[in-house]
Design a binder for this molecule. Structure first.
Ligand SMILES: Nc1nc2c(c(=O)[nH]1)N[C@H]1C(S)=C(S)[C@@H](COP(=O)(O)O)O[C@H]1N2
Ligand SMILES: [Mo]
Length: 409
């Protein structure tokens, strides 16, 4: 219930101390910070969050077992504002644990169907013209437990394999051009990692040339070790597994490699027994982050219902919010900026009357695609899926004010 505690803290922060008979001590008693010198500059060479925000942490889901180092920590979406994930709270997914690799010893090899295969040092790469772009990354298994309807308690664990950062690096297309690749014959790129996971994924050439980035920067500083320092692949709109961390090799070829990570994992088992591979684009999805599971509404009255929407196919066009389990919908306000393949923040004012309610959000993207209900998704995909669940999420508000995870058709 650690995540629940974090969620409660969010609501608790708004509680003022009870005014006593003489009035509010928070006003009447002059605090130490108004009477004495504060702390000096550079007390922390690298700044830290307030001690009062200690509860806001990446956490492992109570419902998942850690297998060796191969595990997941989830981003506390319920405690974040806007669209950018702070680097220390970016979710982590490691198949074989993480490393803090010495950039002076790291190399990137580009080979295969290119005229001039090359090995780059980090210095070589960082001398090239770079771009900085804001994109979301979502693990293909995000919300995977909802297929089995196990009522994961908080939004941190239902949707927290999701983050959004400004990534800086060299466009993959520029790197391929630098090695003289042939646009007529090249059709696929293999990306390979330097960690023990030997993570390899095939990426179609269109996607590679469109907006993929070989990135070293994240939110204005170097990538964190957990997120692939010093080099990772950024494949906007595509599920997290293709964002190869500790990237060491790119190979150009004319057919998919059919690696373990694309034929055994990250596939969708369909009702007829067949399985879908290479379903890599993350379709439009949204979730209300506040109020959300584990939180408690302390009183009747006004609430700003807010959350995040995203689409691997481009911009979010509209988000609708329902407070009655999907019978009636209102269009939410989208906060700017609304960027392609990035998280978009939405909000809608709501006056809670103290009765039971079911909160839902539904995203529409610029292609016209509408986020499906869980039963619409199950009708096509069956019940044996793990990956690629982008269904509408429902949060039930009980008359006690307690918010919990429910599935309503
Ligand atoms: N080298 C390497 N790259 C990797 C992984 C890994 O285990 N090793 N995990 C992948 C998966 S499944 C996901 S969802 C994302 C997670 O990125 P993050 O840990 O930065 O959140 O990285 C991908 N790239
Ligand atoms: Mo993943």
């Amino acid at each position: 219930m650690a995540g629940g505690a974090a969620a409660l803290a969010l609501t608790g922060r708004m509680l003022a101390a009870e005014p006593g008979a003489r009035g509010d001590p928070a006003i009447l008693d002059l605090p130490a910070h108004s009477k004495a010198l504060g702390q000096p500059v550079a007390a922390h060479g690298y700044g830290l969050p307030s001690v009062h925000e200690k509860n806001l942490q990446r956490r492992e889901s109570p419902g998942l077992t850690r297998v060796s180092q191969a595990s997941v920590s989830f981003t506390p979406l319920q405690g974040l504002f806007g669209i950018i994930t702070p680097n220390g709270l970016h979710f982590e997914r490691h198949h074989q644990g993480w490393w803090d690799i010495d950039p002076a010893k790291h190399r990137l090899m580009v080979m295969g169907m290119v005229r001039n295969p090359k090995v780059y040092t980090m210095d070589d790469l960082m001398r090239l013209p770079s771009v900085s772009r804001i994109h979301f990354i979502e693990c293909g298994a995000n919300s995977g437990m909802e297929w089995a309807n196990v009522a994961v308690p908080t939004v941190q664990y239902t949707h927290g394999m999701l983050s959004c950062c400004e990534f800086t690096g060299v466009p993959l297309s520029a790197l391929l051009d630098d090695c003289g690749f042939d646009r007529k014959t090249a059709r696929f790129i293999l990306a390979e990692s330097a960690d023990g996971a030997g993570l390899t994924r095939t990426i179609g050439i269109d996607r590679a040339l469109d907006d993929a980035i070989v990135a070293w920067g994240m939110n204005g500083e170097m990538l964190r070790p957990e997120n692939g320092y010093p080099l990772r692949l950024v494949v906007p709109g595509v599920q997290g597994v293709s964002w190869v961390k500790w990237l060491r090799r790119l190979e150009v070829g004319d057919q998919p490699w059919h690696t373990r990570e694309e034929v055994m994992h990250y596939i969708d088992l369909m009702p007829d027994g067949s399985h879908r591979q290479f379903t890599s684009i993350q379709e439009a999805k949204s979730v209300i982050t506040s109020p959300s599971g584990g939180q408690k509404l302390l009183d009747k009255g006004f609430y700003n219902v807010t959350g995040l929407a995203w689409s691997g196919r481009g911009r979010i066009k509209r988000v609708d919010v329902s407070v009655d389990g999907g019978r009636n919908w209102k269009t939410a306000r989208l906060e700017t900026p609304v960027l392609s393949k990035a998280l978009t923040r939405f909000s809608l004012g709501w006056v809670w009357d103290g009765g039971p309610a079911i909160l839902q959000s539904r995203a529409l993207d610029e292609t016209g695609y509408v986020q499906p209900r869980m039963n619409q998704l199950r009708a096509v995909r069956g019940t044996r899926s793990i990956y690629h669940n982008n269904a509408i999420q429902s949060w039930k508000v009980a008359d006690t004010g307690e918010v919990s995870n429910v599935q309503v058709s």
